[in-house]
Design a protein around this ligand. Structure first.
Ligand SMILES: Cc1cc2nc3c(=O)[nH]c(=O)nc-3n(C[C@H](O)[C@H](O)[C@H](O)COP(=O)(O)O)c2cc1C
Length: 210
């Protein structure tokens, strides 16, 4: 069986973490690199990822995250925050990054920059924000997969009040919005969820062959 599939069967959305176990700096860097390498539309990566270890901040987030215990008991909290009302400046920064990374004169990339701006800038703000938020799901997927390979547990979470998390982490002032949270650490041996058989649609139901 492929290792990837083995890891997918091993992982589960952990409900109870062992608060005494912390992720090593080495593994944390691998998880960050997996997020950094995630694919995104145009390659814009229109989000930031806030890694919260601070127990006071996590204690404040827990009640606005459906009281979920993973928020305070996991080793680390990753908050995926999409950029709000993405503008031309971010696209210019991306073009400058391509130019520097690949040694291409920025003028040669102006057409690509203008193309992205023509597609993105004039979109209604709510559409733009929805689109930047969608990009965070790809980064979350990479985090979950990388964690599974390292036998690190993770829980993806949408169960929180966005505005309140934005307020607690000061995200509004940074032009960011909490799109997703992932709690990451090590499963508690008492977490009975780990023994549940995976429930998934059959291939017959999920796929359409044409
Ligand atoms: C975007 C997203 C949001 C989720 N939000 C929560 C959440 O807030 N709390 C939680 O315990 N699980 C959450 N889950 C976990 C799902 O319920 C879980 O992934 C699903 O039931 C499949 O089970 P498995 O991941 O254990 O295989 C979320 C999953 C995803 C992908």
């Amino acid at each position: 069986m492929s290792n990837f599939i083995k890891h997918q069967n091993w992982r589960y959305a952990t409900k109870k973490f062992d608060a005494s176990k912390k992720i090593s700096e080495h593994d944390l860097e691998i998880l960050k690199e997996a997020i950094r390498l995630s694919s995104s539309s145009y390659g814009l990566q229109p989000y930031k990822v806030i890694i919260v270890e601070n127990p006071e901040l996590r204690a404040k987030i827990q009640p606005v995250a459906w009281g979920q215990t993973q928020i305070t008991e996991a080793s680390h909290l990753f908050v995926f925050a999409n950029m709000v009302n993405l503008g031309g400046k971010e696209i210019d920064k991306y073009i400058a990054n391509i130019a520097e990374t690949r040694g291409i004169p920025a003028e040669n990339l102006a057409g690509y920059g203008d193309f992205m701006k023509s597609k993105i800038i004039s979109l209604p703000e709510n559409v733009k924000n929805n689109w930047t938020s969608k990009q965070t799901y790809l980064a979350l997927g990479n985090l979950l997969n990388a964690a599974a390979e390292l036998q690190i547990d993770a829980t993806p979470m949408e169960g929180f009040e966005t505005e309140k998390v934005n307020e607690i982490l000061g995200l509004d002032a940074l032009g960011l919005n909490a799109s997703l949270i992932a709690t990451v650490g090590y499963r508690h041996e008492e977490d009975t969820t780990q023994h549940n058989v995976k429930v998934r649609k059959s291939k017959k139901e999920l796929f359409i062959n044409l």
